[in-house]
Design a protein around this ligand. Sequence first.
Ligand code: IPE
Ligand code: IPE
Ligand code: MG
Length: 239
Amino acid sequence: MSNEKKPLNHLAIIMDGNGRWAKKRHKPRFMGHKEGMNNIRRIALAANDLGIKVLTLYAFSTENWGRPTDEVNYLMKLPINFFDKFMPELMEKNVRVNIMGYADELPEKTSQITQKAMADTANNTGMILNFAFNYGSRREMISGVKKIAQQVKTGKLSLDEINENLFAKELMTAKLAPYEDPDLLIRTSGEERISNFLLWQIAYTEFSFTKKLWPDFNEEDLKKLIEEYQTRDRRFGKV
Ligand code: IPE
Ligand code: IPE
Ligand code: MG
């Protein structure tokens, strides 16, 4: 069992370090975000080539609204730039785009472009490129609890019917079925924390932290971390 190649269906990445990448080069932070956006293309294509089924990228957290207005505005424009630039390639590679997060709080244009990217790629059958954008895991769970509570209140559901599967169905990752939970979570930039990302879904996820800043993280780095993941023994509580 332990020598078998571990499936890597769902890879999640906390893309961190754009600001520090820019600072090192004496450039404004937005230049780091721009470079980070270009790197999404590179890593998404590599993940697709490696046969990964779902690539989830943490692009904007519900806490990131607390950044300076200029930076937030720039980050809100990135999906527009990204899909303008890379949509033909995503179509060519049969990639399906999904965006999870609180869409109704995004600027109109950003929300439109993300809806369009999902609609345009809805019939693609390849890798799911899943962006967590204006996503926060605690809030996601509270929303799920409220929906379940509502169903109990109206008598559609009994308390005994509430279980892990039912709860997972109320989370934004339900759309990724059967690959809701990441097998491997990578965080770049040397930070070793979760920052409110997929708290429920990572119960048995393998973690990998790398010092590389996101704009510098390349295909080779990805391959090395995946190879290292393959050597791990995932026990899921068993022996
Ligand atoms: C990650 O890079 C991108 C977002 C959080 C939007 P950061 O902007 O957090 O970069 P650092 O952590 O300041 O270097
Ligand atoms: C996490 O990075 C969010 C994203 C990568 C989108 P942050 O840079 O916002 O996280 P903290 O503040 O270092 O925890
Ligand atoms: Mg950061």
